[in-house]
Design a protein around this ligand. Structure first.
Ligand SMILES: [Zn+2]
Length: 511
């Protein structure tokens, strides 16, 4: 029997409470006095801290997080020289001919903001094919060796950027990039280790459940890793899994749905990409980019194709979640979803990101009960948003307060490894917005909703409500009493413990 006592904490603004849990369920909540509990109960001494229902990341890519940890990490590189130095170190560790992968560069951080091209890296990578994803994951830089190995030279279309002379620049986008990753040699056994490194980080950051998006090229290994770890009882957190459309037949034929091996993993739905990212100028806009007047971004599907795909996903009983960042893509996604949702949206279909969301699109989503996940850290990271969209449109970028107050069920996610998985940082960003469009700032209660009740609901669960007898013991214990705290201070709040099903999966205060 697992027994746990969390002592001396604030719950819902009431100080000095204690929660006693047995077998993963809250057995007793008391105020003021210390509870008498069996001597074998684990005790978290949380005096001065605050307990919340377990935080949920409703949009992340844990396998990519793990992959990033063992690839060349290019995040934070401020110019091409810095990128080259990190890449050189990575190439030195690789055998000749072996693929070198990296992730995290952002041309917006480079002087001048120009896209890198293959000439920037060819001289230091003569013996290895190289693919370096931009921070958004929607475009990548390939070296000449990679272009040669994959035979891309003859490929045409907007997804393969060309230089003035008509040769491939090395920048590959969107679906064409999916194909590049699909051609890389698989490193199957590594998936389990990748997931475990993401899980350790997520538990440390106070997350109890991840809405875990699988990749179009690696989903078989990823599903196998989830199943193996779950049946071995090795998973700490809960996983709500979203597969790519090309995995539906595999999942059905293998009978993977509705058969949770160890009870921590459930396949919820299908993730569809409608467009790209603002940073890469591949997000699909109704009107051209303010800093590239000939470009409106890239829609991955024709309207009719997306409708058919959504109908297929819905008719098979999956929750559809559609990545849509530009207003044109959100419009297309809402249109396609609206045909299957009715007004109530019983399958809780969602739009992921829904970044550029003017009022007419919010109304459209609301009329069909379409839900959303939002990534508040994007607000503080997209410092170039005004350049891309202009002063006028940027007012409708990440309008999270409007979404919530108008009634859209929006939940928070990190899009890790794009941003840190920390729900604390996510809540902080949703409350402060780095000073941009302050009218869209959330209150603490709203920010909390993003990562708790709305996230549970968007993950096909019933929100836990209040901390009382009989509810599941999934808790995030913070080290400070956050009631009345100034939003700017919230980013410094620490996670004292993370509890999943009555089991302490991370703590620095357990005794
Ligand atoms: Zn994502």
């Amino acid at each position: 029997m697992t027994r746990l006592l969390i002592e001396g904490c604030t719950i819902g603004g009431r100080p000095d409470c204690s929660i006693y849990c047995e077998e993963g369920i809250v057995a007793r909540v008391t105020e003021g006095t210390t509870q008498t509990v069996p001597p074998d109960a684990e005790v978290i001494e949380a005096r001065g801290g605050a307990v919340f229902f377990g935080f949920v990341d409703s949009h992340c890519h844990p396998f990519e997080y793990g992959w990033l940890k063992r690839s060349v990490d290019l995040r934070g590189t401020a110019n091409i020289t810095a990128l080259r130095l990190r890449l050189m170190a990575g190439v030195q560790r690789a055998h000749p001919g072996e693929w070198v992968t990296g992730m995290g560069w952002d041309q917006e951080s480079f002087p001048g903001g120009a896209m890198p091209d293959r000439a920037d890296i060819d001289d230091i990578t003569p013996a290895n094919p190289v693919v370096l994803s931009r921070i958004c994951g929607h475009i990548a830089l390939l070296n000449s060796r990679a272009i040669g190995v994959l035979g891309l030279e003859a490929n045409a279309g907007v997804e393969y950027e060309r230089d003035q002379a008509g040769a491939l620049s090395g920048i590959v986008k969107e679906k064409a990039l999916d194909n590049v990753f699909a051609s890389l040699p698989r490193q199957g056994q590594r998936s389990a280790a990748d997931l475990q490194s993401a899980e350790a980080e997520a538990s440390r950051l106070g997350l109890t459940c991840l809405h875990c998006i699988l990749s179009p090229e690696g989903y078989r290994e990823e599903l196998a890793a989830l199943a193996a770890l779950d049946s071995a009882g090795s998973l700490s957190l809960r996983y709500r899994v979203y597969i790519p459309p090309n995995a539906i037949d595999f999942v059905e034929s293998e009978g993977l749905r509705g058969k949770p091996a160890g009870g921590k993993v459930r396949i919820n739905g299908v993730k569809i990409y409608a467009d790209g990212s603002l940073g890469a100028r591949t997000a699909a806009l109704r009107d051209p980019y303010s800093d590239e007047p000939t470009n409106c971004g890239i829609l991955r599907y024709k309207d009719e194709e997306l409708r058919q795909l959504v109908e297929r996903v819905d008719s098979r009983g999956y929750q559809a979640i559609i990545h849509a960042i530009g207003d044109r893509a959100v419009e297309q996604a809402a249109e396609a979803l609206g045909r299957v949702t009715g007004t109530q949206n019983p399958r809780r279909h969602r739009v992921e990101h829904a970044s550029l969301l003017p009022r007419d699109l919010r109304t459209k989503m609301l009329n069909h009960g379409i839900r959303a996940t939002v990534q508040p850290m994007f607000i503080t990271s997209d410092t170039w948003a005004v350049d891309r969209l202009g002063e006028e449109r940027v007012r409708d970028l990440y309008p999270i307060h409007s979404m919530l107050s108008e009634g859209i069920v929006a939940s928070g996610g990190s899009d890790s490894p794009v941003e840190s998985m920390s729900p604390i940082l996510g809540m902080w960003a949703s409350m402060t917005r780095g000073g941009s469009t302050p009218q869209e700032s959330l209150t603490f209660e709203q920010a909390l909703t993003l990562y708790t009740s709305n996230a549970e609901s968007n993950g096909l669960e019933e929100p836990s409500g209040s901390v009382k007898e009989g509810v599941p013991a999934n808790f995030t214990v913070l080290d400070s009493d956050t009631s009345g705290m100034h939003p700017a201070l919230f980013r410094k709040v620490g996670v004292m413990a993370t509890v999943v099903g009555g089991v302490v999966v991370h703590s620095y205060g357990a005794g």
